[in-house]
Design a binder for this molecule. Structure first.
Ligand SMILES: Cc1ncc(COP(=O)(O)O)c(C=O)c1O
Length: 487
């Protein structure tokens, strides 16, 4: 089953090629900034290349520095503690911000924090922003207004849109690697170097150039003194590789594909009864929104909605139960008189038609299963219909067993021959019944799918059909009955 991950807003799966790149680098990993050997030099080079890629990914202004943190929350907290804000300053954030871009301003600065309202479409209410700015003119220390610093929490934007801090006039920006296909535990904070020209808030390894005899400290250059301790080299490499992959693919292509997906998803979601989009579907196209879809499923707690994919993932077992029931039901008519194969076979002069019908049921059942594997999980209701059809046909085909037992009786006239043929048929039948599932498993595992085992099962139909038709020929397997009973 193919699982489509729709929760990229929380975290993204890693680009496979980039995971391999990081793994290959690990063979060369050495002390970053703490050694001079070949591994240390290789590590410094690789990390510096990655840092250049990250800088160009966000179009970082020349006079900004990059700080690496654990994630976006840590980056915003670091910025809050680094900015020289006081109780007279004002930080404007908004009521649509996540806690990561709200709590740090409230609890790690003495500034007053005000929330800009959101409008009906879930976007920032720009009139309210203007109003707050006008009301507190001169005291707003942080947001998108002249005279104040503009900080952007780009955790959700970075995977969706080209970011160019320099041309957009963004002063500081934070985002997380795990939301841009590099889940290697890294946050990024880009901020003006001038903000860093102060004592580090978390001093430690790497933050000083030297300690004088007098005990006074000579701090490392601003951009380095705040990056305390050993860097997360793997995180930086993974993120650098992700940024390069995205830039190589090209934003024009990515944004174009996403716009198309967003429009289709918005209208598909709004067509589902009981699903309510928080943002009206029309505004996804009109406002050029990124592909995040806040929605509510009527009467269902969001945790249950989130757990639904697990139900889908465990779908095959539900299908197995349904299929087993259907197979038993489809096989029912052949277990009860007057439609049992023995009863039918006994009433007819020849039994070839019955052999052909049961073989045809198997043939059609296996072909339905094969079609099911070709449809994949994307087949929707077609998958259900094919599954039910396959179960019903194979259930009906199960009449082959009682039919073959009946043929044993019909094709023999003496007790000792009946016993001998029955013994042969039963031992052959049970051998197949025991080894068949094993064989299917042996073929399924290495091929990793159902097509090879199904092809093998289809191939077994021909010898079975030939044997069945031969067994259904009129007469007995013994020497002609002296009484002339043709059966
Ligand atoms: C807009 C935004 N900012 C910040 C965060 C927090 O990111 P992290 O978990 O990397 O701290 C998130 C996480 O969902 C987010 O969506």
């Amino acid at each position: 089953m193919r699982i489509v991950q729709l929760n990229n807003a929380a975290t993204t799966p890693p680009f496979e090629r980039k995971v391999r790149e990081v793994q290959e680098f690990l063979g060369w990993y050495g002390a970053l900034h703490r050694g001079a050997g070949p591994r240390a030099r290789a590590t410094v080079e690789a990390v510096e290349r990655a840092v250049r890629r990250i800088r160009s990914f966000i179009g970082q202004p020349e006079d900004n520095a990059l700080l690496f943190t654990a994630n976006t929350s840590a980056a915003i907290n670091a910025l809050a503690r680094l900015l020289p804000l006081d109780a007279d300053d004002m930080v404007l954030t908004s009521e649509i911000e996540p806690t990561a871009n709200n709590l740090p301003w409230r609890y790690n600065t003495p500034a007053r924090v005000l929330d800009v309202r959101a409008n009906d479409t879930g976007a920032l209410d720009l009139d309210h922003l203007d109003h707050l700015f006008a009301e507190h003119r001169g005291r707003v220390a942080l947001l998108a207004v002249t005279g104040a610093l503009l900080f952007v929490d780009a955790a959700q934007l970075a995977p969706h849109r080209r970011i160019d801090m320099a041309s957009a006039g963004v002063d500081a920006l934070a985002f997380s690697a795990h939301k841009v296909y590099a889940p290697f535990g890294l946050g990024v904070l880009s901020l003006p170097r001038t903000v860093l020209d102060r004592r580090p808030v978390d001093p430690g390894g790497g933050s000083i150039d030297m300690i004088a005899d007098t005990g006074s400290v000579v701090w490392a250059p601003p951009a380095e003194r705040h990056q305390t301790g050993t860097w997360n080299a793997t995180g930086i490499l993974g993120l650098g590789a992700s940024c390069a992959t995205i830039l190589d693919a090209g934003w024009d292509l990515l944004e174009g594909v996403e716009r198309d997906l967003v429009a289709r998803t918005a209208s598909a979601l709004s067509d589902i009864p009981g699903v309510r989009l928080t943002v009206p579907a029309a505004s996804y196209r009109a406002d050029d929104r990124i592909g995040t879809f806040p929605f509510v499923v009527d009467g269902l707690h969001h945790a249950l909605v989130a757990a639904a994919p697990r139900t889908v993932a465990s779908g095959p077992s539900t299908t197995r139960t349904t299929s087993a029931t259907l197979m038993s039901l489809a096989g029912m008519p052949s277990r009860y008189p007057p439609s049992t194969p023995p009863a039918l076979a006994g009433r007819r002069p020849g039994q070839r038609a019955l052999v052909v019908v049961t073989a045809a049921c198997y043939l059609a059942g296996y072909l339905a299963l094969l079609a099911l594997t070709l449809c994949g999980s994307a087949g929707g209701s077609r998958v259900d219909v094919l599954g039910w059809l396959a179960a019903a046909l194979l259930g009906a085909g199960n009449g082959a067993f009682p039919l073959s037992v009946t043929l044993v009786g019909l094709r023999t006239s003496r007790a000792e021959t009946t016993a001998a043929v029955s013994g042969l048929a039963q031992s052959g039948g049970y051998l197949l019944a025991v080894s068949g599932p094993l064989l299917v498993g042996v073929l399924h595992q290495p091929s990793g799918g159902w097509r090879v085992p199904l092809a093998a099962l289809l191939a077994t139909l021909l010898p079975q059909l030939i044997a069945g038709l031969r067994s259904a020929r009129p007469g007995t397997v013994e020497a002609p009955d002296p009484a002339g009973d043709p059966r």
